[in-house]
Write a protein that binds this ligand. Structure first.
Ligand SMILES: *Cc1c(COP(=O)(O)O)cnc(C)c1O
Length: 389
């Protein structure tokens, strides 16, 4: 397993912890005990592995992007193809791990929050596969903007609850889901979507997403005979990035680079605060309220970030950079044209920074970009954005 920088239970340096009401703390403690019991259990590990292979389609290739490398004229560029997973992104790794845990814990129903709908769809997918009752909380505003994802979840057999309290966005959906959990914890499992939230979620999500770097590290050693100069991933809550970094944390010579949107650049411009039950670097106003963010990639539109990334940033082990919407749109098109791979707009953030970095490096060096998801979901949006220009 990867070397963890978790210093004491649920803390990464000063970040993390559980800032929640006592009744919720009790529920999280039971979850933590079960996670620790099963994560090293041989049967559990084998079952996770079985579904990753047979259902998700792992392992995903580490693809040498030959034409992009030539075009940029520097380091060799490798793409970790999480876009090839069933349902088209890395999210399935985490929801699969958590639903296997939910089954072990005897849960009869699964609940989840979703913003743009991607985590809701992933959760509804594994619930369908395991025949679990599934309820997805979604802000009423978001259900309007993402009507097709609501329909997807319903097709997969989930019940979507539109939350119209407050602004009718992700925050209210999280509050509603937590309320449901406190009332129904005896038969209900809360399946969280990123490396955020109170302990043990950030640790658990990292554990299930680490399969990305476990594979990529072995793959690059096989192809190049040495470790890469850098590993790059986009950062929203931070789950695909922490999964891409995990196995390289103790390889001090490997640079770890997280890429954020310039208009939701939590780690580049945020300050320490508490959001959604944990301490992290967060975009907030003077009163400590989360600031509104904007990203053309819905999955990166979050004012907080996982506690481990907050620690990796302040300790200097990882670097975090921001790219503009124009750079992202350019990268989206370049990868499509040169490699025949249409990336998710989220993933295009990592590609955009790689396009600046690679030409500054030597031809003997290599970099790994995590392609967190495929771009089919974004094609219509990009069509309209390019039409406007
Ligand atoms: C949800 C999502 C993200 C952002 O979430 P992280 O937890 O930061 O990984 C990135 N890329 C894709 C394709 C997504 O669906």
């Amino acid at each position: 397993m990867s070397q963890s920088v978790e210093l004491e239970k649920g803390y990464f340096g000063e970040f993390g912890g559980s800032f929640v009401p006592p009744e919720l703390l009790e529920v999280l403690k039971i979850l933590d005990e079960n996670f620790n019991k099963y994560k090293d259990d041989e049967e559990f590990i084998n079952e996770f592995k079985y579904y990753l292979e047979e259902y998700v389609g792992r392992e995903t290739p580490l693809y040498f992007a030959e034409r992009l490398t030539k075009e940029l004229g520097g380091a060799k560029i490798y793409l970790k193809r999480e876009d090839l997973n069933h349902t088209g992104s890395h999210k399935i790794n985490n929801v699969l791990g958590q639903i296997l845990l939910a089954k072990r814990m005897g849960a009869k129903r699964v609940i989840a929050e979703t913003g743009a709908g991607q985590h809701g769809v992933a959760t509804a997918t594994v619930c369908a596969m395991f025949g679990m009752d599934c309820t997805i909380y979604m802000g009423a505003e978001d259900t309007k903007r993402q009507a097709l994802n609501v329909f997807r979840m319903e097709l997969l057999g989930a019940k979507v609850v539109a939350v119209s309290k407050g602004q009718g966005r992700l925050k209210e959906a999280v509050d509603e889901a937590l309320g449901d959990l406190v009332q129904n914890y005896e038969n209900t499992f809360y399946l969280l979507g990123s490396a955020v939230g109170p302990h043990p979620f950030p640790t658990m999500v990292k554990h299930f997403q680490s399969v990305i770097s476990r594979e990529s590290r072995a793959q690059i050693l096989k192809k190049e005979g040495k470790l890469p100069y850098a590993v790059l991933a986009c950062v929203g809550g931070g789950s695909n990035a922490i999964g891409s970094f995990a196995e390289y944390l103790s390889d001090k010579e490997v640079r770890l680079i997280g890429v954020e949107p310039s208009q939701a650049a939590t780690l580049t411009t945020g300050t320490t605060g508490v959001i959604h039950g944990f301490k992290c670097i967060v975009l907030q106003d003077e009163e400590g309220n989360p600031k509104p963010t904007y990203s053309i990639a819905a999955g990166l539109d979050y004012p907080g970030v996982g506690p481990e990334h907050s620690h990796l940033k302040t300790s200097g082990r990882a670097d975090y950079v921001a790219v503009t919407n124009e750079e992202v749109l350019e990268a989206f098109q370049v990868l499509s044209k040169l490699e025949g791979i249409i990336p998710a707009l989220e993933s295009a953030h990592a590609v955009a920074y790689a396009m600046k970095l690679a030409p500054t490096l030597e031809k003997e060096q290599s970099i790994v970009i995590n392609i967190s998801g495929r771009g089919d979901k974004d094609v219509e949006q990009v069509f309209h954005m390019l039409e406007k220009n």
